[in-house]
Design a protein around this ligand. Structure first.
Ligand SMILES: [Zn+2]
Length: 193
């Protein structure tokens, strides 16, 4: 299951074949549209950092978009366990998919970020808080973020409040009032233009 089309969440798809790979229709389209540009940028970063082995792995990774596509919701039976895939609205990207397991665990992708500010580069900052509100309503147990430690519904609620504060600061034209560092706030502001 791909939560979204950023390289660190989907460049490994080919390693799992012949398994079915699920994602939103938008995720598959975004990976086709941006995969090579993402690859070039990441390879350049890794080479600049002197990590030639990782650069070579990224250079060779086949682009393998999801082939089981979700528009709104899909209910799967995974070895007797019900797993629900949902598009809850735009946020970190335009095509984030959330995975809900019957025990209440939610895999949130980068809609939820622990240990670092949320990434706004491809985000929809005005819609992200409402999407997190829906995610918050689903969360009954562990919430697995796209990065960092496992969190819970309270963390999701707090991140929603932070996003609203960031949005208010951007709209007020005072990025220093926001909850995130200046670089993050500038990217958020750029996505509102
Ligand atoms: Zn991401």
């Amino acid at each position: 299951m791909n939560t979204h089309a950023h390289y660190d969440h989907c460049f490994g798809n080919a390693a799992f074949r012949p398994a079915t790979v699920w994602g939103t229709r938008g995720c598959a389209a975004a990976l086709r549209a941006t995969g090579e540009a993402q690859r070039a940028a990441r390879v350049a970063e890794l080479r600049a950092a002197g990590d030639d082995d990782a650069a070579e792995q990224v250079r060779r990774a086949p682009l393998d978009p999801p082939d089981a596509l979700v528009d709104d919701v899909a209910v799967l039976d995974v070895g007797g366990v019900e797993v629900v895939l949902r598009f809850l609205g735009r946020g970190h990207t335009g095509h984030d998919l959330v995975v809900e397991v019957e025990d209440g665990t939610v895999f949130a992708g980068d809609l939820v970020e622990e240990g670092a500010p949320p990434a706004f580069d491809d985000a929809f900052p005005t819609e992200w808080p409402a999407t997190l509100g829906r995610l918050h309503a689903l969360a009954r147990g562990a919430v697995v973020p796209g990065h960092g430690a496992v969190v819970d519904a309270d963390f999701v609620g707090a991140q929603r409040e932070e996003l609203l504060a960031a949005l208010a600061a951007v709209r007020a034209g005072d990025l220093h009032r926001g909850p995130y560092d200046a670089a993050t706030m500038r990217v958020a502001a750029a996505r509102l233009r």
